[in-house]
Design a protein around this ligand. Structure first.
Ligand SMILES: [Zn+2]
Ligand SMILES: [Zn+2]
Length: 272
């Protein structure tokens, strides 16, 4: 299996992606970079943890987003997994906001409300909201949600999105924890978007999975396809940037699930 190159030099901005026509029951996934995804069904467009910013405070973005923000199709729903700056990017959200509903964990709503989102669904763990043809549930994870040291009231999680009999799981950020089995018990997941980077954090806290733990989580979720994320864009851990996908594929091979891993290239839509 080929791992897309991490460092592609681009002189001009990336070209507009060719979003394919989507048939009923299909799901089109476009990785924007980091934990940002555009998910499309034949009826709706969903944006998760969108970030187009070049900087996270003092951390520079090393890889450009897969396409320009103005190439986005019209967005029906926005989902944000938690308040960390690499997931809740107020500058990006302000540009995306067009009065569509946004779904966030408890305690995060006031960070998006003033950006132009007036329909804010704050979910508790395992709570589900029905938005048009979608059922969106918040799942627990092992992480933390404070944007600043003192703001400990903000929850954090992942999302299970069910649409037309297909189910996608966006994990958000998480360390490995036994909860993946319960998520897999409660939801029959087709596609799991799992973080595999930032596992050697400067703080030494256990807040992100490493690639081997992501494989373990995937097996416990009993999903069909593993799409890795949260690596190669921002240097948030001490590990070399190219290491996470290599370790992921090595681990997947040793478990005999290499064909289930889909390493995406930013800006290239994939229909599943
Ligand atoms: Zn986080
Ligand atoms: Zn993160």
């Amino acid at each position: 299996m080929l791992i897309p190159s991490l460092f592609v030099k681009r002189s001009a901005g990336p070209a507009a992606p060719q979003f394919p026509k989507i048939r009923e029951g299909e799901i089109c996934i476009t990785w924007i970079g980091h934990a940002s995804f555009l998910i499309q069904t034949h009826e709706v467009n969903i944006l998760i943890d969108p970030i187009w910013s070049k900087w996270l405070k003092v951390i520079k973005r090393l890889k450009q987003p897969g396409f320009e923000i103005h190439h986005l199709p019209s967005i029906d729903f926005v989902l944000v997994t938690h308040a960390h700056f690499d997931h809740l990017d107020r500058r990006t959200l302000r540009r995306v906001a067009a009065d569509q509903p946004i779904v966030v964990p408890m305690g995060v709503g006031n960070l998006v409300h003033d950006l132009g989102f007036h329909i804010v669904h704050e979910l508790d763990y395992w709570q589900t909201v029905e938005l048009g043809p979608l059922k969106i549930s918040l799942t627990p994870c092992h992480h933390w949600g404070a944007r600043f040291l003192a703001d400990l009231h903000r929850d954090f999680g992942g999302f299970v999105i069910a649409a037309n009999g297909r189910t996608i799981f966006h994990c958000g950020d998480s360390a490995y924890f036994p909860g993946f089995k319960e998520i897999g018990d409660r939801h029959k997941i087709d596609i799991a978007l799992l973080p595999i980077g930032a596992y050697e954090p400067p703080t030494g806290r256990e807040v992100h999975m490493n690639p081997e733990e992501a494989v373990k989580a995937f097996l416990e979720l009993r999903a069909e396809t593993l799409i890795p994320m949260h690596y190669g864009t921002f240097r948030l851990g001490f590990e070399p940037l190219h290491e996470p996908p290599q370790r992921l594929l090595r681990s997947a091979r040793s478990h005999g699930i290499e064909e289930k891993v889909l390493v995406m290239t930013e800006g290239k839509p994939v229909v599943l």
